[in-house]
Write a new protein. Structure first.
Length: 261
């Protein structure tokens, strides 16, 4: 269970650079077409996770990578706050401070091997109840390549529906696994009303419009909304809202240079 805050404990506000306790390790994924992808796995300290998030990052040709800020904060907070394991990795040809994954960007085609490698890693390491979380380009990868029987469902952040087609939506409808779609009110590509129309062909899709939010989910209020919706759907019995402060001296602050990543 997550660490409770007692009245006697010192509470530290959770800010954009706050890193809460977890066990974090660098990992490698190995694809069926022979590539090595670099990543990180963060799990709760001292006990098994309740569920697992497999994250797929925004478009690497436009600055997306495993450290895109929503995913970085998910890995920094959710193992401690909600007992979730968080898997982040760079898709083929993508570079971050963790390193560079083999291969070259393929516009979503060969990335099907990357998605499969991440799911295979979760299965091999007995990580429980995996959910895919795709942001922008990552949401396209979920819709096109994420229909694996091992997953419990998927959450899409700012889906542009540029690469994913109605055929992919129809295939997800037939897949019958839950699909949660978070759509910013001020998105650059797909806004809530149009999203509801497009996703209407997936009966089990839940489209959630987020007032005031933009495609990149900038700002702590936007990040908190995303993280809480993830927890709400992956762990329906978990108490919400998530805490805004943490008790004890085991929280840390990431280097200031990471604030803009």
């Amino acid at each position: 269970m997550s660490t409770p805050m007692s009245p006697e404990a010192t509470e530290h506000p959770i800010r954009s650079l706050t890193v809460l306790p977890a066990v974090r390790e660098d990992i490698e994924l190995h694809t069926a077409d022979g590539l090595t992808l670099v990543g990180e796995l963060a799990v709760p300290s001292g006990h098994a996770p309740a569920a697992t998030l497999v994250t797929l990052h925004p478009l690497p040709t436009h600055g997306g990578y495993m450290d895109s800020h929503v995913y970085r904060k998910a890995a920094w907070r959710l193992p401690a706050m909600a007992d979730l394991a968080v898997l982040r990795f760079n898709t083929r040809g993508t570079t971050s401070p963790r390193g560079t994954s083999d291969g070259v960007f393929d516009g979503g085609g060969a990335e099907r091997y990357d998605v499969a490698a991440a799911i295979e890693f979760v299965e091999f390491h007995d990580l429980p109840r995996p959910w895919l979380v795709g942001w922008s380009f990552g949401s396209e990868l979920v819709l096109m390549h994420g229909r694996d029987p091992a997953i419990e469902g998927a959450i899409l952040l700012s889906p542009p529906l540029h690469r994913a087609t109605d055929a992919d939506l129809d295939a997800w409808a037939a897949f019958r696994k839950p699909l949660v779609v978070l759509v910013p009110e001020l998105d650059d590509y797909l806004r809530p009303d149009e999203a509801r129309e497009r996703f209407a062909r997936v009966p089990q899709a839940e489209v959630i419009g987020v007032d005031g939010a933009k495609h990149l989910w900038v700002g702590e209020s936007a990040v908190r909304r995303v993280l809480e919706e993830i927890v709400r759907h992956v762990l329906p019995d978990h108490p919400l809202p998530l805490p805004t402060a943490w008790a004890g001296a085991d929280a840390d602050e990431a280097p200031e240079a990471e604030a803009s990543q």
